[in-house]
Design a protein around this ligand. Structure first.
Ligand code: DHB
Ligand code: FE
Length: 286
């Protein structure tokens, strides 16, 4: 059977993608941001997952205010990187895993998570920047990717609790797939940031650090954080953190924290990053 072996959480700041693409990662501003991903990149290269499920949000690139799915699952064979205003990133096309994705669609819907099935979708920095941070700059991405897109742009986004429960359902979906696959789940976005309005530039390391600890050790408490607390404490875009809860819900209750990185700021955002392993799986990857 397929199984989820690990979870990765990371911010998905677009300027990080630009820094990678333009060869600026060693510059003094960027060096400490990227240094925190070196060990995780090596860990992932060693782990060689068969599939990555990437939980991310579209930033009005593939979807607009005309259609706003709360949860959308990419079932296509490939997903083109989007042009977000300064040209397409020169990163490989994202290859999907239609067989597992359609199985997940069936399992999730029959499990009463009525996700939207998407057969054509461009993917923006929310998905491509985490791939670049963890996989570097390969000619092809090293494994197929299933995009799981969450609305956190237009009110009302799903609750943290709903996202944690979706993670549980994702796990049931993966574990009921008949083929042996080792799957990694990415949760992207966050941490604290606010891009617009009077509080633009808000960053709250105390909130972020508490969230990191809760996510690892007490995911149900993290899932109980209400929208208004994200808004007040982590800024209007801090709500992206609910997507980390999907990743967390797909793992065991008790996990091994393998890597953690936190750096302020990158662009307008507090960058946070975690690598979590299911304890049984971590025995195998030592
Ligand atoms: C920034 C961060 C984001 O998560 C995003 O989607 C867009 C911009 C930023 O920090 O600039
Ligand atoms: Fe974002």
């Amino acid at each position: 059977m397929a199984r989820i072996v690990a979870g990765v959480a990371t911010s998905h700041v677009p300027a990080i993608g630009v820094a990678i693409d333009q060869g600026k990662t060693a510059e003094p501003y960027w060096q400490p941001v990227f240094a925190g991903y070196e060990k995780s990149k090596q860990w992932l290269a060693h782990l060689k997952p068969d599939v990555a499920i990437v939980v991310y949000n579209d930033h009005a690139t593939a979807f607009s205010l005309e259609v706003i799915p709360t949860f959308a699952l990419g079932c296509a064979a490939e997903f083109a990187p989007a042009d977000e205003g300064w040209g397409r990133r020169q990163v490989p096309v994202v290859k999907g895993h239609p067989e597992l994705a359609w199985h997940m669609a069936q399992s999730l819907v029959l499990d009463e998570f009525d996700i939207t099935i998407v057969n054509r979708m461009e993917v923006d920095h929310g998905l491509t920047v985490p791939l670049s941070l963890l996989f570097g700059q390969p000619a092809e991405w090293p494994c197929p990717v299933i995009p799981l897109c969450v609305n956190v742009v237009q009110y009302p986004p799903p609750t943290g609790n709903r996202c944690l429960n979706l993670g549980h359902a994702v796990r049931r979906a993966v574990e009921s797939f008949g083929r042996d696959l080792r799957v990694v789940v990415f949760g992207t976005g966050g941490m604290s940031h606010q891009l617009q309005g009077e509080r633009a530039g808000l960053i709250n390391p105390a909130f972020d650090k508490r969230f990191l600890d809760l996510l690892v050790h007490d995911p149900r408490a993290a899932a109980a954080i209400p929208h208004v607390e994200y808004l007040r404490e982590a800024g209007s875009e801090g709500i992206e953190l609910v997507m980390w809860l999907v990743m967390r819900g797909a793992l065991d209750d008790a996990v091994t924290e393998r890597y953690r990185h936190y750096h302020v700021p990158a662009s307008n955002t507090a960058v946070g990053h975690l690598v979590l392993e299911n304890i049984l799986a971590s025995e195998h990857t030592k």
